[in-house]
Design a protein around this ligand. Structure first.
Ligand SMILES: NC(=O)c1ccc[n+]([C@@H]2O[C@H](COP(=O)([O-])OP(=O)(O)OC[C@H]3O[C@@H](n4cnc5c(N)ncnc54)[C@H](OP(=O)(O)O)[C@@H]3O)[C@@H](O)[C@H]2O)c1
Length: 295
């Protein structure tokens, strides 16, 4: 298939290219190559490429900064997504819109299903929900893929941050009252690769399975990276005042994946260990691996 990817310079975008390139003809657009907020550029680019599938991974993703720059955020995440949806409709492409757990308010007990009521708490979450609405209103053949707590080889993310802090500090304070599902971008890219082969359109929750707090996530990061001397201190989210309000619980239930017999993402712990072993450019882990090879 001919697959066009927006936001191809981002952490998910790069793993989408890595996963899909062997089997497909890929047209990968970084922000410099295609600004999704530019309606004309989006329309002309996709009219020329005529893709079978568009994967729209581009977004304004700075959740705290978004509170101070709402206009810039809505321009990219809402209006930009409208532009991409219109181009998908006009070229006859299927559209994958990547969305977020931050469309929920976190007040539910238990994991969120695709059919649960949305109520974003932040500018970022609200702008992404607008993107979902444009997708649903404009396109017939679309997949809305909500995911959460992404980390991957090509990004600055929670995993890389914890590792880099642990190299400098003996004690790390970690929030223990925010719960979600960490997701490895390579696993998500593989799921999307299977999804686009189907005509099972609709909304999907696609995160690595299972739920943890930021504190538990950090515990496993340190263990997997062999940084066992570092002490973690559980603290409440009030200790880290942030501009954006985040949902307390944004665990996602993958009911649509199960009902449609699609390949589920694996549990978050083995995914994290694989990422740290195979993808994280971290000297401590590399040394340990080299040491083991010497045996
Ligand atoms: N990160 C998470 O934890 C998380 C969780 C749930 C859902 N998501 C969603 O997953 C998708 C991928 O996120 P990610 O983690 O890969 O984020 P990312 O690394 O920040 O990638 C997003 C990419 O979009 C690009 N971009 C920004 N504005 C653009 C514009 N106007 N036109 C075209 N490209 C633009 C960015 O370019 P620059 O770098 O040049 O700005 C960046 O390369 C996004 O839709 C995000 O909302 C992310």
């Amino acid at each position: 298939m001919k697959i066009a990817i927006t936001g191809a310079g981002g952490q998910l975008g790069k793993d989408l290219v890595r996963t899909l390139a062997p089997g497909h003809e890929i047209f990968a657009f970084t922000r410099a190559e295609l600004n999704v907020a530019n309606e004309r550029a989006v329309s002309e680019t996709f009219a020329k490429v005529k893709p079978d599938v568009i994967i729209h991974a581009a977004a304004y993703t700075q959740v705290d900064r978004a509170e101070r720059e709402p206009e810039a955020v809505y321009t990219v995440n809402s209006f930009g997504s409208r532009n991409v949806a219109l181009a998908a409709k006009h070229t006859g492409a299927k559209l994958v819109y990547i969305s977020t757990d931050y469309v929920f308010d976190g007040k539910k007990e238990g994991a969120y299903k695709e059919s649960d009521w949305t109520n974003p708490l932040s500018v970022y979450g609200s702008s992404k929900l607008h993107g979902e609405k444009f997708t649903e209103l404009i396109c017939d053949r679309y997949y809305i893929v909500r995911t959460s707590w992404l980390y991957g080889k090509y990004g600055d993310n929670f995993v890389t941050k914890v590792v880099s802090l642990a190299e400098k500090q003996q004690v790390l304070a970690m929030v223990c009252d925010q719960f979600g599902s960490p997701t490895y971008t390579l696993d998500l890219a593989e799921f999307i690769s299977a999804l686009i082969e189907t005509d099972r359109y609709g909304v999907y929750h696609a995160s690595n399975r299972g739920v943890c707090s930021r504190y538990e996530f950090a515990q496993h990061i340190l263990k997997a990276a062999g940084l066992t001397n570092v002490v973690l201190k559980p603290v409440s989210s009030d200790s880290f005042p942030a501009s954006a309000i985040r949902p307390v619980n944004s665990a996602l239930d993958d009911e649509a994946i199960r009902v449609n017999n699609l390949p589920p993402l694996r549990e978050w712990v083995p995914a994290l260990y694989d990422f740290i072993r195979n993808d994280l450019n971290y000297a401590g882990v590399r040394k340990e691996k080299e040491g083991m090879n010497d045996d």
